[in-house]
Design a protein around this ligand. Structure first.
Ligand code: GRF
Length: 198
């Protein structure tokens, strides 16, 4: 009998390079996972194009009138979409809105995020810029469970990168993203392996 494939629901607002790294690993047969749906609050987000190109269901979800969270009706629709597609693990990949109780309660300890710093240092926006400005000699990325706070959930795994003399925000961010693209598929693979193992 074929091993169970962990069904992923991916949420993103941007270019989707982390999703691409996860999908590439799935397509290479390295993860016991499959992407059930990719959802974005931004109609033109690259992450939706990546999914469509791979034949994965991709949905734009109009967010409503708020800037940092979904309107309650939109969040309810989000939960409905994730449930009706049989999602088991919600993967935030550059999703720029706070997650609220309806989604948190529907997927307890089954929502994860990747953040471009060594949390708890530098939560929030443009963490690589914050790291550089602070004079830190190392930075990196963190995969964590999502809770109601901003980048405050329990840490699952981290990868470090050096901050080099002469770094700009762009060069540091690029180095962190290389680490993200290795770390995130590995962590998703660990969730999938646990699920496949019963
Ligand atoms: C990543 O740097 C991630 O850490 C942060 O948002 C960015 C998303 O990039 N949460 P991408 O859309 O995956 O390329």
């Amino acid at each position: 009998m074929a091993a169970h494939k962990l069904r992923l629901g991916v949420l993103g607002s941007g270019k989707g390079s982390n999703y691409r790294a996860i999908q590439d690993a799935i397509d290479r047969g390295e993860l016991a996972a499959e992407t059930a749906i990719v959802i974005s609050d931004v109609e033109s987000a690259g992450i939706l194009d990546i999914a469509r190109t791979r034949g994965i269901r991709a949905e734009f979800l109009p967010p409503g009138k708020f800037r940092t969270k979904l309107e309650p009706e939109a969040e309810a629709r989000l939960v409905e979409l994730l449930r009706e597609t049989g999602v088991e693990l919600v993967v935030l990949a550059g999703y720029m809105r706070m997650v609220k109780p309806p989604l948190l309660e529907a997927f307890p300890r089954r929502i994860i995020n990747i953040h471009p710093s060594l949390l708890p240092a530098f939560p929030g926006l443009e963490a690589w810029r914050q790291a550089l400005a602070s004079g830190a000699t190392k930075s990196g990325c963190t995969v964590h469970y999502v809770d109601a706070g901003m980048d405050t959930g329990e840490i699952i795994a981290q990868a470090e990168v050096p901050v080099l003399a002469g770094d700009t925000p762009e060069t540091l961010h690029a180095r962190i993203q290389v680490a993200e693209h290795e770390l995130y598929p590995r962590v998703v693979g660990e969730f999938a392996a646990r699920r496949a193992g019963g």
